[in-house]
Design a protein around this ligand. Sequence first.
Ligand code: ZN
Ligand code: ZN
Length: 424
Amino acid sequence: MKIITHGAAREVGRSCIEINCSEGRFLLDLGLKFGSEGYEFPEVKTPETVDCLFLSHAHLDHSGSIPLYKHAGLNCDIVATSATKMITQMLLEDSYKIESRGEVPVPYDQNDIYDALRNFYLIKFDKGYTRKRLSFRCFNAGHIPGSTLFEFKMEGKRVVYTGDLNTVKTRLMNPCTYLEPVDVLIIESTYGNRDHLPRQEVETKFLNAVEKGLARRGNVIIPVFTVGRSQEIIMALNEKQWSVPIYFDGLAKQLTKKLKWSDFDGNMKGMAKAYNLVKLIDGNEHRHKLLNSGKQAIYVTTSGMIQGGPILDYIKMSYKNKKDSILLTGYQVEGTNGRTLLEKGFAIVDNKRYDPVCYIEKFDFSAHSGLNELLDFIARTKPKHLVLVHGDDEAIENLAKLAKEKLKIKNIYTPKREQIIEIK
Ligand SMILES: [Zn+2]
Ligand SMILES: [Zn+2]
């Protein structure tokens, strides 16, 4: 079989791996990358001959190129869970809305999103399926609601693609517990050179910072990622009694409402309970009224890296408030407002520079396995061939080195883009 890495090859973004084998031609994910000069897409030739697309989860770095390739002739089943389908629709619609306001024309039509949604073939965890001539099984990957680990039977070999992976339990998600020996393991490497603090410790530090922020008599503003993090944060906040209301804002609010009715491997009851206890922000006017009222509150809002969504409004309105806190809740990609805020103390909103004078701190909540968890997963699945994707150079090289030295894995691949790996 041939494995071709069209994306997520020594990079985080535009996940897209093609496998050509005797069962057919298959794609694993079809994402995009937010490059310094706009979106970057994977290059897939003759998309009309793809037999099946397996979508690991809804994040745009895994799903964002689907409408573009639908436009270009992709016409196969898109295999995913119902939660992945629902979230993908929401993220693609939102992304189209934002992109169509920009200067560069969007390279597909809104209808391509809906045409692609009609191609979804829905699967459930811990079950076996056959599409075309390919048999496969699906398991919870522990990363975000709906995220899937796929196990394929290709040319008599067991081939596993993890998508994005978390083997640690969070308040929201049950962990991935896949443990079978495999022939070929294609695994994400985001944290191939770093470990996380224990989850409980991160959460305690975070809740202490919220308390301190309120004791300073300011608002506590918490930027969150729409999927997963926002739900986890409101669940953590609801573990304590606060003297001020918690407001929930942005796309996260809409998604959580829909997630209550979806199906994923996690604490859905806890999430629904937290959602019922927070107050929802009803548009710009409501937000402005609250922020101008002088009354203290906790605000949980998208987007997590301060690149869009209502958080931009909070920055514009409260950057002069010394008593406020901005508590970032995850990794901040280079070049984002979240990162410049942490490192240089400013954010750009509507082409204008703002230098918030409030307290700013970042907390290492993560939806990805850390280095030792990745090594543990590899050790337990004992792959004959190990393909490392979805990580920057340093993460991939470190993980490859340790897998070779510590775990004695013989065949390790760290492919660049468009590299072809042949496995016999
Ligand atoms: Zn992801
Ligand atoms: Zn990813």
